[in-house]
Design a protein around this ligand. Structure first.
Ligand SMILES: CC(C)(COP(=O)(O)OP(=O)(O)OC[C@H]1O[C@@H](n2cnc3c(N)ncnc32)[C@H](O)[C@@H]1OP(=O)(O)O)[C@@H](O)C(=O)NCCC(=O)NCCS
Length: 185
């Protein structure tokens, strides 16, 4: 069950965020276990998709593991996991997490697991749409993204969506170094 204090506008499983697309109807909505598809499981085991998703690539992503992840996000008051549907097929996810009500910030992550969509502007539009909706909650003034310094595609995509690199090498972690990107109202 979704806790009441969750990021308000996302808290309803009926919430739908339209995503502009010339190649069909695109929208984001909160994922529930019944959304977990074979393509989602396959994508989360695709080395090209998970190259920079360290938590994902170091564990085999079975159907059960992903359902558990969806449930964890549903039950976490500080996270929301949205699925990107294009023409009624789940193509990727955008996640807001680590909501900090005191600092009025949240962190965003994205994985377009349908690689046929890469380079068509969806990543940028999804980040823009979720950022705008996040700000509309009135709960946050800034959104962070931690991006591996070697993940140039993601860095460029976040820059295009209005984020700027604020702290170079802000995160030293066991797999490498990540840059901290930020977008503010
Ligand atoms: C990163 C990701 C979200 C980008 O999505 P996308 O839909 O391909 O990105 P867009 O089409 O919106 O591209 C936005 C900008 O980034 C650039 N870009 C995209 N892929 C690129 C690449 N591989 N190398 C260089 N630039 C790239 C685009 O050219 C565009 O800039 P431009 O308009 O100046 O040309 C997608 O590749 C993905 O999900 N990757 C796997 C998971 C991942 O790495 N997530 C991020 C973790 S921090």
């Amino acid at each position: 069950m979704v806790k009441p204090e969750k990021l308000e506008i996302f808290s309803s499983t009926n919430f739908v965020l339209q995503v502009p697309s010339s190649s069909g109807t695109g929208y984001l909505r909160v994922l529930t276990p019944s959304d977990v598809s074979g393509a989602y499981v396959q994508g989360m085991n695709d080395p090209e998709v998970t190259m920079w998703l360290d938590g994902v690539k170091n564990n085999v992503q079975t159907y059960e593991v992903i359902v558990e992840y969806v449930l964890q996000n549903l039950n976490d008051a500080c996270s929301v996991l949205l699925g990107f549907y294009l023409n009624e097929t789940l193509r990727g996810t955008v996640r807001l997490h680590e909501l900090d009500r005191k600092e009025r910030s949240v962190t965003i992550g994205i994985a377009l697991f349908d690689r046929t969509l890469w380079g068509l502007g969806f990543g940028c539009r999804l980040i823009e749409a979720v950022s705008a909706a996040g700000f509309e909650t009135g709960l946050i003034d800034r959104i962070y993204a931690g991006i591996d310094e070697r993940n140039l595609a993601s860095q460029r995509t976040f820059e295009k969506a209005g984020f700027t690199a604020t702290e170079l090498n802000a995160y030293d972690y066991k797999y490498g170094r990540a840059l901290k990107f930020k977008k503010e109202i």
